[in-house]
Design a protein around this ligand. Structure first.
Ligand code: NAP
Length: 487
């Protein structure tokens, strides 16, 4: 044992989104005093700050998509709008005085392990030191614009959904949307009544599970306020429902998968009577191979007389609209790219340089290998929240991050007590974890034959291929044999 540590461990958290706020709150609660959150924007909120497109909601029920220690009786709906989630995150951060720890407008460009510290360099030229770095930089953070020729030629406003231009009115306009993921399926019903014409450019159809989104009445909210235990029950009930249905279906429970598939097929049959349109909207891959879409309003919206699904491939973008492979020009006033995110970049907009000068970029050149989604051999005292192979997909990422933070607090206890100065996963432990992951992926629906943001270039999903119970068990306490603790 080395001498007891008298100076507080300096913990740098990168990003003030859902998981960064959580980490700051929990580390402070555990008695860490030198906690700094570096946030590149001028306000907190992460994905809920960046995404403001019409129709944005979270498709995980709000009574479960929240911090387990800050249940909220005020949600307006079963699936609440993004703006409400942003207000909730703001309220939690203010209530717990987390905002005092956030340094806004600080874009980290490099983090280098130098001796026993992490040297942080920001784009404004300033530097800072930290003993521990926690990247809370999110998964769906880097928008992808489609590689369609002529993109810059379009004469009207054109933007990605994650860079929504609130100043552009869609009223009476001919609007084109490229993409048919969760985002587009939320956007279409939200704008269809406003626009003169809506064209949805679809490369691949989606399975859609119809889920109603009822409001919580004032009477219900009064009840939730008076009986907080009902919120606790709701949190657990939603978790149990997700855990035992969709979460099982995607990792090989064929019975559950068949039930969900039937519900999606029934939805299509019942709500899209026109056989030609139905054929266009029918996927040729398994339900839940791509992230399952929840919507009760999409099919009705896309069947409005002034809406259309365009399946002819796009050849190029021209000043007046989109040219299709059959020569037709679809004339547009506004073009929206609902083309998703590079979910495989994770923290790599930042240059992370490990103990021996190795860059994370190099280490990950052949695959996003982590130990338990949290750490990487050769990068001591560097951790990620919601890193590669976390249980993402349809779980509440807030719950996942809570488990990861609780694990990290235990893992860092020897460091904090001064028993060691650095902790990093052993290469063998990391290799064993990844071998297990790869073996388990074979049973999942994600590799059953579709293109999705889940898959890396080699076709490996960046998801958790086991049950949530297994994740809970693994996050309950670290096995210190898997780590090197350096004095
Ligand atoms: P996405 O699921 O990745 O969908 C992107 C869409 O763009 C796909 O339909 C894709 O077609 C299409 N596309 C991409 N490049 C194209 C090109 N060059 N030409 C034509 N089409 C192209 O993205 P997203 O809808 O933004 O959703 C991403 C994830 O964000 C979701 O899966 C979900 O996890 C999260 N999200 C969550 C919520 C929520 O409620 N919690 C809401 C929105 C988003 P292909 O299918 O053919 O590739």
């Amino acid at each position: 044992m080395i001498s007891a540590n008298t100076t507080p461990l300096r913990v740098a958290i990168i990003g003030a989104g859902m998981s960064g706020i959580l980490a700051a709150l929990k580390f402070r609660e555990a008695g860490y005093t030198a906690v700094t959150v570096y946030e590149k924007a001028d306000r907190l909120g992460g994905t809920w700050r960046d995404n403001v497109y019409p129709g944005l909601t979270c498709d995980v029920p709000s009574q479960h998509y929240c911090y387990s220690f800050e249940l909220n009786p005020e949600w307006s709906r079963l699936f609440s709008p993004g703006s409400e989630i942003l207000r909730y995150l703001d309220a939690v951060a203010h209530k717990h005085a987390i905002t005092d720890h956030i340094r806004f407008g600080k874009t980290l460009c490099a983090a280098a392990r130098q001796g026993e510290v992490w040297q942080l360099t920001f784009t404004d030229g300033t530097q800072a030191e930290a003993d521990v770095v926690i990247a809370a930089t999110g998964v769906l953070h880097h928008p992808i614009l489609p590689d369609i020729p002529g993109r810059s030629d379009f004469a009207g406003p054109a933007f990605h959904t994650a860079r929504w231009q609130t100043g552009v009115s869609l009223a009476g306009k001919r609007v084109g949307i490229v993409g048919t993921g969760s985002t587009a399926i939320q956007l279409v019903p939200a704008i269809v009544d406003e626009v003169a014409a809506l064209t949805l450019f679809q490369r691949t159809p989606q399975w859609v599970l119809p889920l109603p989104n009822p409001v919580f009445t004032e009477a219900q909210k009064i009840h939730f306020r008076a009986h907080p235990e009902t919120l606790q029950q709701a949190y657990q009930q939603w978790l149990d429902r997700i855990r035992t249905t969709l979460a099982r279906a995607v990792i090989g429970d064929q019975e559950q998968l068949a039930k969900i598939a039937q519900a999606c097929r029934d939805n299509l049959m019942q709500h899209v009577p026109d056989p030609d349109l139905r054929a266009k909207l029918t996927p040729d891959y398994q339900v839940a191979c791509k992230r399952l879409i929840m919507s009760e309003t999409f099919y009705a919206a896309i069947q409005r007389p002034h809406a259309a699904v365009e399946t002819t491939p796009i050849t190029r973008i021209e000043p007046r609209g989109i040219r299709l492979s059959d020569g037709t020009l679809r004339e547009l006033d506004v073009l929206v790219y609902a083309t998703g995110f590079d979910a495989h970049r994770f923290v790599r907009s930042i240059d992370i340089i490990g103990a021996d000068g190795h860059r994370l970029e190099q280490t990950w050149a052949t695959g996003l290998t982590t130990h338990r989604s949290l750490s990487v051999p050769g990068f001591p005292n560097f951790f990620m929240l919601i890193g590669p192979n976390s249980p993402i997909g349809n779980f509440s990422l807030i719950m996942v991050a809570e488990m990861q933070v609780a694990y990290l607090l235990q893992l860092l206890a020897p460091l904090r007590a001064g028993h060691c100065r650095a902790v990093a996963p052993r290469a063998e432990a990391c290799a064993a974890f990844n071998a297990d992951l790869r073996a388990a992926m074979k049973d999942t629906v994600w590799v059953s034959g579709c293109r999705s943001w889940y898959l890396d270039k080699s076709g490996q999903p960046i998801l958790w291929p086991w049950t949530l119970e297994r994740f809970q068990a693994e996050m309950a306490a670290p096995d210190f044999n898997e780590y090197t603790m350096t004095a």
